[in-house]
Design a binder for this molecule. Structure first.
Ligand SMILES: [Zn+2]
Length: 236
């Protein structure tokens, strides 16, 4: 049934103008996903243009990261925060794909993704994914891949169940909570490769850190990380 609905939605979208994801006004020619006003209003980082940017620095001393970038800044009241909430809690997985597509264009144009071999979405807690029905990072990854011409591999990084909620824990406790939570399958598929790890939001960096460490354990792997947004405290 949902498949039929997807086809109907695709068909309708050929004729109906897309509304801006954020404010709902009809997009005009040349606008994609967000209208120009919302795009200008959004706090964009341009981290992808700067090696050694603040987000990369946030990982220094924690785990080896080649490059790190986030499209926007995540804080109370920010436009991206509202969009990410819709993506995670209101079933709007299309927002992940559409924002991923937009950011994918930005990253591909700046050659940020040159030399990278595959995109790996950060896995969701299995119980949470069953409840939500999807992993939002996978949809962001699919959007990125549509512009960056890389395969999305969801069959490499696995998450063990039972982490509990992370939203109310401090950074150290979170790190303890996520360390050992991720495991790599088919390590031969990433050996000697440069992988792009993707999440919707980087809040403390501890989930990314645990994923990077799990991937690195496969040996001779370069890892870069991107997200739709990074918490402001990580970037100042
Ligand atoms: Zn708008």
């Amino acid at each position: 049934m949902s498949h039929v609905k997807d086809i109907a939605d695709d068909f309708l979208s050929l004729f109906l103008p897309h509304p801006c994801l954020s404010c709902g006004t009809h997009l005009v020619r040349g606008e994609e996903v967000l209208c120009t006003a919302c795009l200008l209003d959004m706090a964009r980082t341009d981290f992808h243009l700067r090696r050694g940017n603040m987000l990369e620095q946030a990982f220094w001393g924690r785990c080896p990261v080649e490059r790190a970038a986030a499209f926007s800044i995540y804080n109370r009241g920010s436009r991206i925060r509202r969009l990410v909430h819709l993506l995670k809690y209101s079933g709007r997985k299309d927002i992940g794909f559409r924002l991923g597509t937009m950011y994918g264009s930005v990253l591909a144009e700046s050659r940020f993704t040159d030399g990278m071999d595959m995109i790996i979405p950060v896995p969701l807690d299995p119980a949470r994914e069953r409840h939500r029905g999807y992993n939002q990072s996978r949809h962001v990854a699919d959007g990125l891949a549509s512009r960056c011409r890389m395969p999305v591999r969801s069959d490499i990084l696995y998450r063990r169940g039972g982490s509990g909620s992370q939203t109310r824990r401090g950074r150290y406790e979170r790190w303890e909570n996520v360390e050992g939570l991720f495991a790599v399958m088919k390590p031969g598929d990433i050996t000697g490769r440069h992988v792009l790890l993707v999440d919707d939001v980087i809040t403390t960096g501890s989930t990314m850190e645990a994923c990077v460490n799990a991937l690195q354990a496969a040996g001779d792997v370069k890892v870069s990380v991107v997200a739709l947004a990074a918490a402001q405290k990580l970037t100042v």
